[in-house]
Every structure is written in C-alpha cells, then in structure tokens.
Design a protein around this ligand. Structure first.
Ligand code: UFG
Length: 327
C-alpha cells in the first residue's frame, strides 16, 4: 500500500519535529512545511522540508496539490506568551490569519482532516483543579486567544464544509527524543527545564524562580509536564482516530500530575548530580498557581498513556540532548 503523506506545518519546530518522527515510525511520510523562523532545518529528518509561510495560501495549495496529504497536522505558530502581550498583532496575524489561510487551502484542495496544536492557555485562569475540556475557555493573553480563535474556526469549518479536526490542548511540553536525535531548541529559551539545565552547567546564569509566594505547598508554581515524545505519539493516535471516522473534538494532553518549580530543581539536581544555582524573583505576569490537566478524556477514548513523562525521564532526556556532542 502506498505510504500516506501528512502535511506538518511547523514540522521543523520542537513538537512538530518529534511528531514527524512519530509519524514516520507509524509508517506515514511527514512533509514538513516551515518558514524556519523558529524551527531548525536539521530537525527535519523523516521526510521532505518545504520552506514556506503560513500566510502564503498559493504555496500551501500547491504543496497540497503536489503531495496530496491524507491530513494536515498544524503546529506552525508563535508561542511566546510574553511576546504575545507586547506584540499581539504578530500573534493574530500569524496564528489566526495564517491558520485561516491554511484552512482555506485545505478546503480548496479537498483535504478534510486536521490535527491542531492547541494549548491549556485557552482556559485562562483555572476556576478549579484538574482542568477538563469543559472548563470555560477564557484566555488571559493573546497567545491563548489566538489558539482559541483557531479552535472556533475549526468548529465553523466543520459545520460549513465537513472538516473533521481534533484539537489537542497541551499542558507543558518537555524533554527530548529518547534516542537523542532531536530536542528542544528555542531561541530565545524561556522554558523552565532548559533554563534550569543551563544553570546547572556553570554558565554563570542562575535560574530565576518566578515567585515563591504562590498558594501551593512549597510556594512555587505547579505545572503538568508531559514528555514531547508522548505528545508526538498522541498526535499519531488522534490522526488515526480521524482516519477511522472520528468526529471533531478537543482533548487535553497532560499527565494529570502536578509538579512544582522547586520539585523540578530538586529532580534536576538528583539526575545531573549538579547544583542548580537559583535566585527567587518576582512572579511572572499571567502565571496561575497551578495548571494540571484532567487528561482522562483522551486516555479513555484511546487507551493512551504517557510512558516517558515521569519527571526524571523528562529531565534525563533533556540533559542528554543539552550535552549532545559533549563526548
Ligand atoms: N519559570 C521560572 N523561571 C523561569 C522560567 C519558568 O520560575 O526562568 C516557571 C514559570 O513561572 C512557571 C513554570 O516555571 O511556573 C513553567 O514555565 P514555562 O515557561 O516553562 O512554561 P509555561 O507554563 O509558562 O508555558 C507553557 C507553554 C506555553 C503555554 C503555557 C500555558 O510553554 O506555550 O504553558 O500556560 F502557553
């Protein structure tokens, strides 16, 4: 049987590239579509890379006409919460208008299935613990708004044109490929685990812990870290569900287990055997105390379980990636 092609926007990015690998492992040919603004060419190893902008509808349509993908996985987006507050236009233009351009190209080319990279940032401040998918979506920053707008468009395109889509709302993606081939390469880096690992490497940049006065047991923020390879596998599961005829819906992707910033630091010290120099700073605007998924819906639907998402495994994989080539 001919190998099915999947168009992966943002396929050179962190989660996109890990998903390309998972797609290839599952027998698909991933075609990465990326402008390389934040993605990296060397992360594209499992299929062709097409350089292009999400805003370029003609190019998207011609790539779809050339490759005839069975479905699209849509990761391409800007994802810096702080930047989205200071430069909202960039987020609405790229994340919202770019996604609209993609959906119109899909409609023109009669491609009717899409897996969308959404986020727990669409919920805004949690009203209760263990967020499930029916928690009100009330984002507190333009990044979350932009992702929610795309979810809304997916619903409307579904009703009007029969598009079937699964939106996956991630909690905190973390870690690196278990074989060490690819990993997290953000520039600038803003995420806790890579910055804490950097602090552990004598670079002279201590980690700043953003707030120790939260109403959590140790005063630092609690998040739900999910290994990027588990996320990638979940995307393949969602794709296969669409191929089997699933109707449109959204799922949380997390572990359901909350971990504090202090626990992340302690685990890094245990795993690496090195101290993580850190100072306590102000709270970062827009950080809720606790963001932990109720991830039961996806687990119930597909029997899926995260297998690499315990914190030491996440940290070991990220540490290995950070020290690649270091002998
Ligand atoms: N943190 C620090 N110091 C740092 C960086 C982070 O203390 O230098 C803390 C944050 O305050 C937060 C936790 O570590 O409590 C995790 O922060 P990250 O920046 O790693 O991740 P976020 O939870 O802010 O962001 C993630 C995704 C976003 C998404 C967001 C939803 O990366 O794309 O969850 O809230 F929008």
């Amino acid at each position: 049987m001919k190998q099915k092609t999947i168009l992966v926007t943002g396929g050179a990015g962190y989660i996109g590239s890990h998903t390309c690998k998972a797609l290839a492992t599952a027998g698909y040919l991933p075609v990465a579509y990326d402008n390389l603004a934040h993605g990296s060419e060397r992360a594209v190893q499992w299929g062709p890379l097409v350089r292009g902008e999400l805003s370029d509808g003609d190019r998207l349509a011609s790539v779809m006409a050339d490759y005839r993908p069975a479905a699209v996985m849509h990761f391409a987006a800007y994802a810096y919460v702080g930047e989205s507050v200071t430069d909202p236009g960039k987020y609405y233009r790229n994340n919202v208008m770019g996604s609209l351009t993609l959906l119109e190209a899909m409609r023109e080319q009669a491609i009717g299935q899409l897996v969308f990279s959404s986020t727990c940032a669409t919920y805004g401040n949690p009203l209760h613990q263990a967020l499930n998918e029916s928690h009100p979506q009330s984002p507190i920053n333009p990044y979350g708004q932009s992702k929610l707008m795309v979810e809304t468009m997916l619903g409307d395109f579904g009703r009007a044109h029969g598009l079937r889509s699964i939106a996956l709302r991630y909690f905190n993606a973390a870690g690196a490929d278990m074989d060490g081939t690819i990993g997290e390469d953000h520039e600038p880096e803003t995420h806790l685990i890579p910055l804490a690992l950097e602090a552990a490497t004598d670079t002279g940049h201590p980690l700043t812990v953003f707030g120790a006065d939260y109403s959590t047991p140790d005063g630092t923020c609690i998040r739900d870290y999910i290994h990027v390879q588990d996320l990638a596998d979940a995307h393949v599961t969602a794709l296969q569900a669409l191929e089997a005829g699933a109707s449109s819906t959204a799922y949380n992707l997390g572990t359901g287990k909350g971990v504090s910033v202090r626990e992340v630091i302690d685990t890094i010290e245990q795993v690496t055997g090195k101290p993580v120099p850190h100072i306590f700073g102000q709270r970062r605007a827009g950080d809720p105390d606790r963001l932990v998924a109720d991830a039961a819906k996806f687990q119930r639907a597909f029997g899926w379980r995260p297998v690499h998402s315990d914190l030491p495994t996440i940290i070991r994989s990220a540490w290995r990636w950070r020290n690649r080539g270091a002998g």
